[in-house]
Design a protein around this ligand. Structure first.
Ligand SMILES: [Zn+2]
Length: 377
C-alpha cells in the first residue's frame, strides 16, 4: 500500500497538477518545513479512531506543495482528507515574523529588543510578499536584505521562528477543522466548491456552484465555515499552550507558559491580516468566499474571550497586551491593525450583529453538517 506521503504526492500531481514539496530532501532550507509538518502530524495523531455518523474513519494527510503563491487548502481524494500549504505561504509567514521581531517595540520584554533597528519594508512591499516577489522575478536575497530582514538579537531571531511555526500551526489546524468538522464533506455534497482554499483562486470558483444556490447564500455558507474553522484552530492552538504536555516543539515547550500563550494569540490574530494581503496579491475579489479579515479577527477575539479566561489568569490584560503589539508593526506597515480601534470595535454594533447573524445562520446549517462531522466518542 502506498504510504501517506505517496498518496499526497499522487494527489498533488494528478488533481492539482502540482509538485509535493519534499521536506526530507536534506537541504538546509527544508528543515523548517519538516519541523512544521512533523509537529502537525503529531497533532493529527490525536484524531486517531474518530468516526462520523456514517461510520467512516477519519484519515488525513498533510503536506506542503511546491507552489510559489501563498495559499492553503483542504480537500478529499480517494477516501482520505488532504490538507496542504503552498511553500510560499510558509516562507511569507516566516518573513513576516522576522519583520515583527526586528521591530524594537514588539514584545520588547523578549531578548535584547534595544538592539533592533525597526526596519521599514523593503521596496514598500508588505513583509510576507516581498520575498515572493523577489523569488518570482529571479532575484536572490543578499547580505543587505538579510541585514534588514533578520532580527539582530539571536533570542529574538529564534523567537521569530517559533512564532512562524505557531502561525503555520494555526493554518494547519484551520485546514484540519475544515475536514474534521465536516466542511469538506458538505461543500462536496452541496456542490458549493470543489475544495476549500484560504485565498480565493479565481480559477477554482467558476462553474462549481449549483444553480439552486444563489451566490449570496453560497458566500454566507462559506463564510460560516471559515469562522467555524478559525474557532476550532484557535481552540486547539490554545489548548496546546495551556495544557502541560501537548506542545511537541521542544524549544516552544521550554518557554514559560505566558510567552507561549502571547505568541500563539498574536500569531492567530495576525494571520487574518496576512490572509488579506495574500488575497490582494492573488488579485481576486475579496469577500466572496471568506469573511473580511477584520471580521475574522473579531470572530477570533470573541472565541478567545469566551474560552480563554477559564485557562489563563487575567486573560483580559494579556489580550490587550497582545493587541498592543499591533501598533509596533503598524509603525512600519501603516495598513496593519491598530490596537485601540480593534479593542473598541469589539462592541461595535456592526461587528457584533454581523457575527451574531452568521452564527445564527450557521445553526441552520448544522442538520446538514452534523452527520459529516467526526468525533472520537
Ligand atoms: Zn478556511
Amino acid at each position: 500500500m502506498a504510504s501517506d506521503f505517496e498518496q499526497f504526492r499522487n494527489y498533488a500531481s494528478t488533481v492539482l497538477k502540482a509538485k509535493a514539496f519534499e521536506t526530507d530532501s536534506g537541504k538546509e532550507s527544508a528543515h523548517l518545513f519538516r519541523a512544521s509538518l512533523e509537529t502537525t502530524q503529531g497533532h493529527i495523531n490525536w484524531t486517531s479512531g474518530a468516526k462520523n455518523a456514517h461510520g467512516e474513519i477519519f484519515r488525513l494527510t498533510p503536506g506542503f506543495l511546491d507552489i510559489y503563491q501563498p495559499n492553503a487548502l483542504a480537500d478529499r481524494h480517494n477516501g482520505r482528507f488532504i490538507i496542504a500549504m503552498h511553500s510560499a505561504l510558509f516562507v511569507a509567514i516566516t518573513e513576516f515574523t522576522m519583520f515583527c521581531f526586528a521591530q524594537r517595540g514588539f514584545f520588547s520584554d523578549i531578548g535584547d529588543a534595544a538592539i533592533e533597528t525597526s526596519p521599514t519594508p523593503i521596496n514598500d512591499r508588505p513583509p510576507g510578499l516581498w520575498l515572493i516577489d523577489l523569488t518570482n522575478t529571479g532575484g536572490r536575497v543578499n547580505a543587505e536584505h538579510n541585514a534588514r530582514l533578520i532580527p539582530k538579537c539571536t533570542d529574538r531571531y529564534v523567537m521569530s521562528i517559533y512564532l512562524a511555526l505557531l502561525m503555520a500551526r494555526f493554518v494547519w489546524m484551520h485546514e484540519l477543522a475544515h475536514c474534521f468538522n465536516g466542511h469538506v464533506g458538505l461543500i462536496h455534497d452541496q456542490g458549493i466548491a470543489i475544495r476549500l482554499y484560504e485565498s480565493q483562486d479565481p480559477q477554482t470558483l467558476i462553474g462549481f456552484s449549483r444553480p439552486s444556490h444563489n451566490m449570496a447564500d453560497r458566500s454566507k455558507r462559506l463564510h460560516c465555515l471559515e469562522l467555524d474553522a478559525d474557532q476550532s484552530a484557535l481552540s486547539s492552538s490554545m489548548r496546546i499552550q495551556t495544557d502541560d504536555n501537548l506542545e511537541n516543539i521542544v524549544g516552544i515547550a521550554e518557554l514559560d507558559k505566558q510567552t507561549r500563550q502571547r505568541l500563539m494569540l498574536f500569531g492567530s490574530y495576525a494571520m487574518t491580516w496576512l490572509f488579506e494581503e495574500f488575497q490582494v496579491y492573488l488579485n481576486a475579489q475579496g469577500g466572496e468566499t471568506h469573511p473580511l479579515p477584520y471580521l475574522r479577527l473579531h470572530g477570533l477575539m470573541q472565541t478567545s474571550a469566551k474560552i480563554l479566561p477559564a485557562h489563563i489568569n487575567n486573560f483580559t490584560a494579556m489580550d490587550a497586551e497582545v493587541c498592543s503589539q499591533f501598533d509596533f508593526v503598524r509603525r512600519s506597515i501603516p495598513g496593519f491593525y491598530e490596537s485601540k480601534s480593534v479593542l473598541t470595535d469589539r462592541a461595535h454594533p456592526k461587528i457584533v450583529d454581523e457575527l451574531g447573524g452568521l452564527s445564527e445562520f450557521f445553526q441552520g446549517m448544522l442538520p446538514d453538517l452534523e452527520p459529516l462531522q467526526f468525533s472520537q466518542k
